[in-house]
Unconditional design. Sequence first.
Length: 136
Amino acid sequence: MADEPRSGGAAAERPAAPRGPGVAIAWFVLSAVGLVGTWWFNIAFIAEAGGLGYLEGWFANAAASSASVDLLVVAVAASIFMLVEGARLGWARWVWALVLLSGLTAIACTFPLFLGLRELALRRRELAAASPGPPA
């Protein structure tokens, strides 16, 4: 019966399971790893005497240049996503702070932080939608 349209069956009719805190925790752990990992090497670079300048190091050879372009493209994409999704969640007034902090900390810190906060906000919305309203 290849010509028959497929129905979603029981699985399609089942509501999505409520979000647990596990995914948010994973994002927050990645945010901490991103902060510590990048700043470990930033501090090591600052402690070095002489050598290349910071931005010169980004493009010191083909491998560094490839990784730098990769990071820059992902950082721009993540920043756009944070601004658009932040506005959608009602965070337009403060989500800019995370984008700006990306330049001071690391996008490896601020983007997972945003995703963790987003996950918690979506979970709160799901819980609020699932709970019965006040009696009329």
